[in-house]
Write a protein that binds this ligand. Structure first.
Ligand code: FES
Length: 88
């Protein structure tokens, strides 16, 4: 799973850095080593940011808790359908 947190100017002003930090901490906390968390430039959704891209899907109005919960939930769903396999 690839997760990109927008750190463009507007999202940064809306504290997207905290989302990035939370997700990076979650990787260790929840043993999510298959989740790749990184920064990305503006996604063009500034008015409805902060935005986070999860496997190519743009999620908006994000905050650290919401992003964390969403990724853990998607990971659970992914785990059900892909037992034993690696993804991306
Ligand atoms: S700065 Fe994040 S969507 Fe534009």
């Amino acid at each position: 799973m690839k997760v990109q947190v927008c750190t463009g100017k507007t999202c940064k002003e809306r504290f997207s850095q905290y989302i990035l930090t939370r997700l990076q901490n979650d990787k260790e906390l929840y043993d999510m080593h298959s989740v790749d968390v990184c920064e990305c430039p503006c996604t063009g959704n500034c008015k409805i940011g902060p935005s986070v891209i999860i496997d190519g899907n743009v999620e908006t109005h994000m905050n650290p808790a919401k992003a964390s919960e969403m990724i853990r939930e998607k990971r659970k769903q992914w785990g059900k359908g892909n037992k034993g396999g690696k993804r991306k």
